[in-house]
Design a protein around this ligand. Sequence first.
Ligand code: GLC
Length: 735
Amino acid sequence: MKEQELIALLNDLSLEEKVMQLVQLPGVAYESGAAVTGLLNDTAKARTLRLAGSTLGIWGAEKLNRLQRQYMENHPHHIPLLMMLDVIHGHKTVFPCPLGQGATFDPELTEQAAAVQAREAAADGIHVTFSPMADLSRDARWGRVMESTGEDKYLNGRMAAAMVRGYQGEDLKSGASVAACVKHFAAYGAAEAGRDYQNTELSEHTLREQYLPAYQCGVEAGARLVMSSFNTWDGVPSSANPWLMQTVLRQEMGFDGVVISDWNAVGELVPHGIARDEKEAALLAMRAGIDIDMCSGCYEKHLQELVEEGKVSRDMLDAAVLRVLKLKNELGLFEDPFHGANPEKAQAVLGAGEHRALARKAAAEALVLLKNEKEALPLKGKKIAFIGPYADEKHLQSAWAISTDREDSVTVWQAAREAFGQDAELRCAPGCLMLAEGTTTSLEVFTCPDAEKENARLLSEAKAAAAWADTVVLCLGEHFMQTGESASRVDIGLPEPQKRLLNALKPDCKCLATLIFCGRPLTLKEECDLSDALMICWLPGTEGGHGIMDVLTGHEAPSGKLPMSFPRHVGQEPLHYDQYMTGRPRPREGIGSFTSHYLDCPNDALYPFGFGLTYTDFRVSEIRLSGEALSQTSELTAAVTLTNIGKYAGTAVLQLYIRDLVGSRVRPVKELKGFRRITLRPGEEKEVVFAITEPMLRFWTINRRMESEPGDFQVWIGLDSTTENTAFFTLTDKD
Ligand code: GLC
């Protein structure tokens, strides 16, 4: 439809029809089996969609096409419905959780993965996905770090842009694309004490310099929606914050798409204490620029009255409705309300072989090898025992993989039997229950009658297997419902039964390779000390078992790098590599009296951001700078020679960090400004060149704008954020 046709349609709509275009109802209100991903209120009571402009939480080509047909027949202007769903790391074929994708440091792979997710979701009738989640995540206590790509704004920005490109492709009208929704704007990851939905305490300086950049990358990549977050910033919830949603998002970032609230976030302005009642909440949200009210009912109940009372202008209403109509038009829904979806196409596309092959590659690339002594990996020896609650677990996806079939997953044990063949000497034993009796997950309280007796039975079976084996592969981890939304934890260690299993088995193990399944950094000091090899598998998705086995057998080499720092103790959280120095930095030696430190724990991470081993070894040469000074318009190159000095082929992730040594505001001790994945055969070497330009050095200065300041800078190039391979350069004020 042409714009003037859209405007003519808009002008022909009744006030009620306009208001209802801004109303989103949950599928659970009218469709059994719909996913519930938020607090249920009276909008979810059994009812019909009536004139609501969009819905969420249901999928299936036949079901959604039927729904669309009925809806349009009943609509006075036959406007198509928008179908939205959380496809954040997979629809039918599930990829590693986003934190695992962050560990790949491979935006190209993430873009391909997003394109597969879009192809599957679109074939199943979905038009919009609530992804990428671009929240900077520095606190491992917060359960939703699993949905982010980690603690670094540059990595998050590259990944968010890659997801947007993958989801939306070149043509939103194609039946293989969905519209992307950058979330949760803004700074949801800064929840105080890591407790979900809590207030954030950030200066505008930190908000702009650390938290906003990744959202901006998603917007600049062309995302058609942005979701307002639950949290407050500067004392105001995002869904009632015109400065954030209008001045920053629309005027400064140039976003011209649809702003949708998070689930019931408009209604929650009342418990926040910002709105006296739901009518005032609707007013504040409209003034903040919230176009679609997700599942709160405030717009449905009060917006028409607010317009009739003149509190919300008809222009403001029309502008919001036009943005929603434009989105439907960009998706081609006026020409094809089914967006190319049909059951036959879905049957052919969902779970396709090439999709699973990519998921297998992604699962392998996400793995982060933290320790590998006694050459424990790749696996050797004939007799291998796969022990632990994750050894044959199919729940390898996150709680957000709401539209997949977990039975499709390949477990570690299944993959082992395929990889080693039926005549191999393999054993499998769960060893213990996943969780301790009475553990609360975001879904339920875990109970098991006679847990103690069951654990004792499982342990004796596991000890026998461990004693028999040449190598034990111990598969441990947090329950998949211990991460994600509403899953904050103050203890980020492994569940007690699993810690007991590890200690009980250790004496029986000739060689112990421990795999950790998690959606967040965990405290793993004991696991590290007791294991010969330690590898982070995240929530690896449908092809998790195959991807892990490809690396355990040496068919693939591990290449993942930590996208979040792993702490020694939860008391260090929030922990991130790019901290500010302080006026009293802790000295390398001595007890550090009167300096910034803990009496009972080192300051640094157990495993730092950007760290990950491979099966080979790499040497990085000293940095060669193309000059000592960078002008405002020139480019400085920083080059190193990377050499594979080991005996296996491998992939290194070379990382470029920069520090502004003196600024009008304090500056982080270092910031990631570039990375490159380089694969080399044994003995092979390659020169790797990074370009440094003035825009890379900009920050939120005392002048309250993003700009660089002439002065001295330090640059590092290495294999993780602790590299000491460094050089210096100066930024001049000359052109
Ligand atoms: C949830 C989440 C958000 C999700 C939305 C729709 O509450 O906060 O990330 O996209 O509701 O399911």
